[in-house]
Design a binder for this molecule. Structure first.
Ligand code: C2E
Ligand code: CA
Ligand code: CA
Ligand code: CA
Length: 279
């Protein structure tokens, strides 16, 4: 919301009320949505940059509102975070992913790791390790089929014992990825302390590839440091063949983005898993 001068105040105030009202509406709707189970999970493949073989996928929650249809996560995740509902929603997502893995397993498919987004408030509660353990046990899935994506800022939050939390998650065989890397303030050496397995370079940097030399310089620097520290690197938001070619030349490990596939429902992911090579 724009900070307005005195003269503009009355023009902006109704807008502010509108925003507050919308948030309250979403919050009330979210409570009902959790009770009525209006959430589902879409999956987006991550592929080996060189071979194009799918190596894992990201789970992305979708809210299918009975009247409004699909509500984008960017509209309700922040509300779920600030209202505390994210704990319940996050647990639901973890459960749905483990259930899905069990279903694919029962179909005789070779499983691929699924990464799950864990947001700051969710992580700050300090019980993600237990939520994961419960879901894994419930569906008989091994921890190595799950990866957790967490942003730098969520890790750096001082309200939580991040190191202890991450270790507890990792002790179950779950891998840890830094999400949206480059948008926060952490250094790679700090991240090494957290024993992260890999990082996902934010889409903003992929977007610069081919446009400016800086984008390439930044990604090159990250890759060389990450690789020296034994971390694997995923580039997010790959939309063009040119971006893919540059990332290949830079020896980026994995790519994810609309060029390969949009996030798709589980049934469609099944087809992609059978196809395996996506570029
Ligand atoms: P994120 O974790 O950075 O996820 C990547 C987002 O980029 C996804 O948006 C995905 O659909 C989109 N994307 C993927 N490839 C491309 C591309 O080539 N171009 C463009 N323009 N976009 C691409 P989505 O699904 O709308 O999710 C938005 C954010 O909401 C996520 O950002 C994540 O922060 C959050 N989120 C989604 N699902 C969950 C969840 O289950 N739990 C939590 N805590 N947060 C979630
Ligand atoms: Ca993510
Ligand atoms: Ca991301
Ligand atoms: Ca994000």
């Amino acid at each position: 919301v724009k900070v307005a001068g005195k003269g503009h105040h009355r023009f902006y105030q109704p807008e502010l009320f509108e925003v507050i009202r919308q948030r309250r509406d979403i919050e009330q709707n979210l409570v009902a949505a959790l009770e009525e189970d209006q959430f589902t999970v879409y999956y987006q493949p991550r592929v080996d940059a060189l071979t194009g073989e799918m190596c894992s996928m990201e789970a992305l929650v979708r809210w299918i509102h009975p009247q409004q249809g699909m509500v984008p996560p960017l509209e309700f995740i922040p509300v779920a975070e600030s209202s505390g509902l994210i704990a319940q929603l996050g647990a639901r997502v973890i459960d749905m992913v483990c259930q899905q893995l069990a279903q694919w397993k029962s179909l005789g498919l070779e499983l691929l790791p699924v990464s799950i987004n864990v947001s700051a408030h969710q992580f700050g509660r300090g019980d993600v390790d237990r939520v994961l353990a419960v879901a894994l046990a419930r569906y008989g899935i091994e921890g190595r089929w799950i990866e957790v994506e967490i942003t730098e800022s969520a890790m750096m939050g001082d309200q939580n014992d991040a190191l202890g939390q991450l270790a507890a998650i990792r002790s179950q065989g779950v891998r840890l990825l830094v999400d949206d890397f480059g948008t926060g303030y952490s250094s790679l050496s700090q991240l090494q302390k957290f024993a992260m397995d890999g990082l996902k370079i934010d889409r903003a940097f992929t977007l610069e590839l081919g446009k400016s030399k800086q984008g390439e310089v930044f990604i090159r620097a990250i890759l060389s440091m990450a690789h020296a520290l034994g971390m694997s690197v995923v580039a997010e938001g790959v939309e063009t063949v040119q971006q893919l070619e540059i990332l290949r030349a830079l020896q980026c490990n994995e790519v994810q983005g609309y060029l390969i596939s949009r996030p798709v429902p589980a049934e469609q992911m099944l087809e992609l898993m059978r196809k395996r090579f996506l570029i």
